[in-house]
Design a protein around this ligand. Structure first.
Ligand code: PLP
Length: 398
């Protein structure tokens, strides 16, 4: 065999080469599993020149952030030479006050994504399995593979997590179950009795990670974020984010509540200054501005209903959502597909999210935006389904 062949074999990684005698590597190779990760493609935002963009692709808050949080972040800019507080004491105290819990049970992360990554790093190794549901958040798969583990997927029912399907896939090697509640991109949720049933049936050695990124938006009596379960059970963690209702996605800030032994574990691998000073300051101000959060939630509730009704009136299916986004289903008829609708919307500056990477090629996810953006999407989809011109009326030639 030529040396070229060796290079090609090793470029596939040690998985493909396991039956052959070890060969010298021609260049550094990542650990097994890393090349199985498909690079995360974030919501895009490229619209034609001259068209006003409305970004409805990453479930951000259309009203931005609390003015108090913005002021706090700006004030932090005067102290850029100084390391942030690595223990995040002020923010942890503010969260503890708001939710009435012990600050020692809180860990703060560079986005909740970092917390999910650290949990996988700490509890999953080669040969171990991490479980999540069919249309679950993409970061779980990435975190499990990054840690060297094997992703295991449980099918859903009606785009909703199926507790029995998860339980049926638990093996001796299962270390973590990741569950977004509500889930992104489907917008569906599990009532708290289902979460409790899952926790009660899991072996106590399996960590149940409840990702409650959209908890603030949920207005359902049978919903709970899992915070209390994380305070009482030894194998439950709940993660939260400042990226959604708090409007601080750019700063990267999340937090989790975990049993004391999990906090102790994560503190060993957490980078000492993982959260920057602007994020820490903005987080304290944001959590104290309850009026901003309630106004955002009220707007969302009103528009989730109005948009669902409007899209259904156009003949499109909408999965009932308790989050700040909607999953809209399109026909597979050429000229009316999700992919074509996305191109049509983008031409009008309306940037939504294709969700093929979640196994949902016939649907689009739209974040609920300002009243103006929402009305524009309804009008655009009406024109799209009527076979109209994608160009917005004001940019067409007279
Ligand atoms: C947006 C989102 C997050 C938040 O991630 P951050 O890293 O905190 O910005 C976490 N989980 C789900 C399901 C999400 O949709």
């Amino acid at each position: 065999m030529s040396s070229n062949t060796v290079l090609e074999t090793t470029a596939l990684g040690p998985i493909g080469a396991s039956l052959e005698a070890p060969r010298p590597l021609a260049r550094p190779e990542p650990r097994p599993g890393v090349l199985a990760i498909e690079t995360y493609v974030p919501g895009k935002s490229v619209v034609p020149p001259g068209v006003t963009p409305h970004k409805l692709s990453s479930n951000e808050n259309p009203f931005g952030a609390s003015p108090a949080a913005i002021a706090a972040a700006k004030a932090a800019m005067d102290r850029l030479a100084v390391y942030p507080d690595g223990s995040a004491s002020a923010l942890r105290a503010a969260i503890a006050r708001k939710y009435g819990l012990d600050a020692k049970r809180i860990v703060v992360g560079n986005g909740s994504d970092e917390l999910l990554e650290m949990l996988a790093q700490a509890y999953i190794g080669p040969g171990d399995e991490g479980l999540f549901s069919e249309h679950g958040f993409l970061v779980y798969r990435i975190a499990i593979l990054t840690a060297g583990g094997t992703p295991v997927v449980a099918p859903e029912r009606d785009y909703t997590t199926d507790v029995d399907a998860i339980l049926a896939r638990v093996t001796e090697r299962t270390r973590i179950v990741f569950l977004a509640n509500p889930n992104n991109p489907t917008g569906t949720y599990l009532p708290f009795d289902e979460i409790r049933r899952l926790q009660a049936a899991l072996p106590p050695r399996v960590l149940l990670v409840l990702d409650a990124a959209y908890a603030e938006y949920v207005r359902r009596n049978d919903y709970a974020s899992g915070l209390e379960l994380a305070l009482t059970a030894e194998n439950v963690v709940m993660t939260r984010t400042f990226s959604k209702v708090y409007g601080l996605a750019a700063l990267r800030l999340g937090w989790m509540v975990a049993p004391a032994h999990v906090v102790d574990t994560i503190e060993r691998i957490r980078p000492p200054f993982n959260v920057n000073a602007a994020a820490l300051a903005a987080g304290v101000a944001a959590i104290e501005d309850e009026a901003f959060v309630s106004a955002s939630v009220a707007h969302n509730e009103e528009w989730a209903e109005r948009l669902t009704t409007a899209f259904e009136a156009l003949g499109l299916g909408v999965t009932p959502s308790v989050g700040n986004f909607l999953m809209i289903h399109f026909p597979t008829t050429p000229g009316r597909t999700a992919r074509e609708a996305d191109a049509f919307l983008t031409a009008r500056g309306l940037v939504v999210r294709r969700i093929e990477s979640y196994g949902l090629p016939n649907a689009l996810r739209m974040s609920i935006g300002t009243a103006e953006a929402n009305e524009l999407v309804v009008a655009a989809l009406r024109d799209f389904l009527a076979g109209g011109d994608a160009r917005a009326p004001e940019t067409r030639d007279a």
